[in-house]
Design a protein around this ligand. Structure first.
Ligand SMILES: NC(=O)c1ccc[n+]([C@@H]2O[C@H](COP(=O)([O-])OP(=O)(O)OC[C@H]3O[C@@H](n4cnc5c(N)ncnc54)[C@H](O)[C@@H]3O)[C@@H](O)[C@H]2O)c1
Length: 306
């Protein structure tokens, strides 16, 4: 395997940490930019990984990218919280849009640059009319967060058209797995509340669906995407639709804790159904999700450690 330089923005976050774990199994050189606003520098990050603590919007980050001159950038750093994006559109857009533009402009100056992998989201689709969303389905975000991801995809596509800038944007479904900090996603919230013997909060009827993908499958996809020769957008998902009520049952069964959830009104900006087709990425790379929801949850809660 030829040794390459990988730079991961947001490499200390939830998905980034797993990307580092997988890259550490390879001979590649690994560099990280993270401002540690929510991420943590953990022991798994090891000495083989060089960390630059700075903001992706800063000149310091630009300088570092030029100094490292990576072959690949996996761009994960972002404002990731939908409710925060509703409350502070300005902060969300500044971090997600301006931060991404800053990173892509730096990469354009690198002579041997091979590909920019962008962490996009199923949030770009908004409320789906179709049962299985493909990359050609309408993108109508229902939150500033989803809009920021869509705008970044369009900047990447524009730069491909203008200057042949090589990129892949991966639209992740709902990613779950073990987190270093208290997770705000639905699976982490259910688990945390149940473990504290408190009633988990369930928004809306609970019949709304999501496509849940295990973090290890997402990390594998991010690294594989560097091998794709064609720029474009790819869904990273399981093709499976699971209702929030079903997820609640799964988590309760795995933890063997039974508490009646507290039901509340649906949240502003939340989409009703979300299920994505992963066919395009499968065809391009041969990737398949390895873990079912049950298997992913068992790993998340340490019932299986191998
Ligand atoms: N987790 C999911 O379900 C999911 C779904 C779809 C898309 N995504 C996208 O995947 C990416 C990674 O998500 P995650 O769940 O690992 O999030 P995370 O919050 O765990 O990680 C983000 C990392 O970026 C860092 N960061 C934030 N703002 C920064 C800035 N301005 N400069 C430098 N570093 C900064 C944080 O410290 C953190 O380490 C994000 O772009 C997110 O939008 C995540």
């Amino acid at each position: 395997m030829e040794k390459k330089r990988f730079l991961i923005t947001g490499g200390c976050g939830f998905i980034g940490t797993q990307v580092l774990r997988e890259l550490l199994e390879t001979p590649h050189e690994i560099f990280v930019i993270d401002d540690l606003s929510s991420g943590e520098w953990t022991s798994t990050s090891e000495t083989r990984v060089a960390l630059k603590v700075c903001d992706i919007r800063s000149e310091e980050a630009t300088k570092y990218i030029l100094e490292v001159s990576p072959h690949y950038v996996i761009h994960l750093a972002a404002q990731v919280d939908v409710p925060t994006s509703m409350a502070r559109q300005d902060i969300d857009a500044d971090t997600n849009i301006m931060g991404t533009i800053n990173m892509l402009l730096a990469c354009k100056k690198i002579a041997n640059f091979e590909r920019f992998i962008f962490a996009s989201s199923a949030a770009v689709y908004g409320n789906s009319e179709t049962s299985l969303l493909t990359e050609l389905s309408d993108a109508k975000p229902r939150s500033p967060y989803g809009m920021s991801k869509l705008v970044c995809e369009q900047y990447l596509s524009l730069n491909k058209t203008m200057d042949d800038f090589p990129y892949c944007a991966l639209r992740f479904a709902n990613v779950y797995g073990k987190k270093n900090r208290l997770g705000k996603d639905v699976i982490s919230c259910f688990g945390n509340k149940l473990k504290n013997q408190e009633a988990p909060i369930l928004f809306g009827s609970g019949e709304q669906t999501r496509d849940f993908i295990f973090v290890d499958d997402v990390a594998t996809a991010l690294i594989l995407a560097t091998e794709i020769k064609k720029s474009g957008i790819y869904n990273i998902a399981t093709n499976e639709q699971t209702s929030i009520n079903e997820v609640f049952q799964h988590v309760s069964n795995i933890l063997q804790i039974s508490i009646t959830p507290k039901r509340m009104a649906p949240r502003l900006g939340d989409v009703y159904n979300s299920c994505l087709s992963n066919q395009k990425f499968k065809d391009a790379t041969g990737w398949e999700p390895k873990y079912t929801l049950q298997e992913g949850l068992e790993r998340m809660y340490n019932l299986i450690t191998t």
